[in-house]
Design a protein around this ligand. Structure first.
Ligand code: GLN
Length: 467
């Protein structure tokens, strides 16, 4: 039964369900006044005043929706109003990462879901930020980046890819890679343009393409190797294809695009005059092979936007410093969008980011060896629990097949895992255009300290029975 003051809402908006494209049925939204709030919500989320309950068959997940503090005083008795959102965002839900991290707190579960380290970034980078604040680097930055950071990005790119670029004309600093992706899409894609994505894909791609009015075509990468089906890619290309949006190392699978795959993509792009948007935020977390930027392939720099950020490499995901590298004519579109999205990015953090990117090689080597150890704990642990673990060459994620445990789908599995076992994973069906394709797969992250990873494995060994 819905709560007495709940209201029925004949739309699927703001309800997360991987089957939203398959099911269109009424959902119930429950408005809970503050005095009905559970203790955890009061303590941890004082500014959240709604919960939403979603129903998919027998499954129920609750999640939270934010509202501002300033409106929190007088709305307790207000008549519930339908949620408002523009059509282009109607079908998108509270992000899966937000939902799962909230549930982790609610159930006291170990969070191997959202990809943020539970350890801190390096002292020298934090010190550089503090110093920049003390040195009064606190007013607006130049829109496309403080000169020192643009230079540091160009230096790093040369070291990593061999390409020499102009920091003033070919680097745009953004608020995280997510904004770099948005500025790239909004600055370069027209409504009706076709953009090809590899599923599973990071959730912001689809939402941002939808904001731009793009037509999305999905190519599915399938286990166990998640390799690129080049023939399918070839047939997905039409005269309207404007860009391919790719991600290597790949979230959520950990797949790294091989040189052969990159060459095949490159030759299709050159032949058909297609742009490539390449999200490479996990480039420094490449374990089984060397990372290759597609921009470094012959004929590709002039049609590629290389997207990256500070967060993963320096365990500072909250800083939101990212950048887009592209030739000047393409940078023009990116900067036009960036200028009117955020205009500029946090000034002191940019100075610190420049210091970070100039870290000695030993920093990157140590980062990698720390992650190799963490990955081993998680992968071996998951295998010993009974999962089929798919090979992950890069990122701090690993995807497993959960079906040995007898749950219906990825969501049912994750719900069971949170409530009965006390561990959070990410259901992957939300990363596909056809959610059915992800129903057997869930993603775990190993960007947590070793004790946390071991405890999560122990919990699963104890409480997750094989069927
Ligand atoms: N990139 C992170 C992940 O995949 C999440 C970022 C976010 O919460 N939007 O887990």
């Amino acid at each position: 039964m819905p709560h007495p003051i709940s209201f029925r809402f004949n739309s699927n908006q703001c309800i997360w369900t991987p089957s939203h494209k398959m099911l269109l049925r009424p959902h119930y939204f429950t408005l809970k006044p503050f005095n009905l709030f559970q203790t955890f919500s009061k303590n941890i989320f004082p500014k959240y005043k709604f919960t939403e309950i979603k129903r998919i068959g027998s499954l129920r997940f609750s999640s939270i929706m934010a509202s501002s503090e300033s409106t929190a005083v007088s709305t307790q008795n207000a008549t519930p109003q339908p949620l408002q959102v523009a059509k282009r965002l109607e079908k998108f839900k509270t992000t899966i990462f937000t939902q799962m991290s909230s549930l982790a707190i609610k159930h006291g579960a170990i969070n191997l879901g959202q990809g943020f380290p539970n350890f801190d970034g390096p002292e020298f980078v934090k010190e550089a930020a503090i110093q920049a604040i003390r040195d009064s680097k606190n007013q607006y930055a130049r829109g496309y980046g403080v000169p020192d950071l643009n230079s540091a990005v160009a230096e790093r790119f040369k070291k990593d890819s061999g390409l020499i670029i102009d920091p003033e004309k070919e680097v745009t600093v953004t608020s995280g890679c997510t904004e770099a992706i948005a500025a790239t899409i909004l600055g370069l894609i027209n409504p009706g343009d076709e953009v090809i994505l590899f599923a599973p894909f990071y959730d912001s791609y689809e939402a941002t393409l939808s904001m731009a009015g793009a037509k999305i075509k999905g190519i599915t990468l399938r286990p166990p190797n998640f390799s690129i089906p080049i023939d399918e890619l070839k047939s997905a290309i039409s005269k309207n294809t404007r860009a391919i949006l790719m991600n290597t190392p790949h979230n959520p699978t950990g797949k790294m695009f091989t040189r052969e795959e990159l060459e095949a993509i490159a030759s299709l792009c050159i032949e058909n005059d297609i742009l490539v948007f390449s999200d490479e935020v996990y480039d420094k977390l490449s374990f089984e092979m060397d990372h290759i930027s597609i921009a470094s392939l012959p004929g590709m720099y002039e049609r590629t936007v290389t997207l990256n950020s500070l967060g993963k490499t320096f365990s500072l995901t909250g800083w939101k410093i990212g950048w887009a590298i592209a030739p000047p004519n393409i940078t023009w579109g990116i900067r036009q969008a960036h200028s009117y999205l955020t205009f500029a990015t946090s000034t002191p953090m940019q100075y610190a980011a420049a210091a970070a990117l100039r870290a000695p090689d030993s920093y990157y080597e140590e980062l990698k060896s720390d992650y190799v150890a963490k990955k081993k704990i998680l992968v071996e642990g998951l295998k010993s629990v009974g999962f089929t673990v798919y090979p992950s060459s890069g990122t701090y994620f690993v995807v497993v097949d959960h079906t040995p445990f007898g749950l219906d789908n990825d969501i049912a599995f994750c719900e069971y895992l949170i409530k009965e076992v006390g561990v959070v994973a990410i259901p992957t069906s939300v990363f596909y255009l056809n959610p059915e394709e992800g129903k057997n797969l869930v993603r775990f992250t190993f960007c947590k300290d070793e004790g946390t990873l071991r405890s999560a494995v122990e919990r699963m060994k104890e409480k997750l029975p094989k069927k």
